[in-house]
Design a protein around this ligand. Structure first.
Ligand SMILES: [Zn+2]
Length: 64
């Protein structure tokens, strides 16, 4: 099983997500909160790592 981080509540209004909503979020990587219509996006960790690596490379290039 993948240990993906799926939020159990809306980060915008705090409305609790039902288990099937969390399943949808896992599949679609995004779901709209039925309470406030905020679009909840599933964080993709590999992309975050890539961003950090790019930032590191940039700071290295910036050194003179
Ligand atoms: Zn919400």
């Amino acid at each position: 099983m993948l240990s993906e981080k799926v939020p159990d509540s809306c980060p915008h209004c705090g409305n609790k997500l039902s288990s099937w909503q969390q399943e949808l979020l896992k599949v679609d990587r995004a779901i709209v909160c039925k309470n406030c219509w905020y679009r909840i996006l599933l964080d993709v960790l590999p992309e975050e790592k890539n961003e950090k690596q790019i930032k590191k490379n940039k700071s290295n290039n910036g050194e003179k």
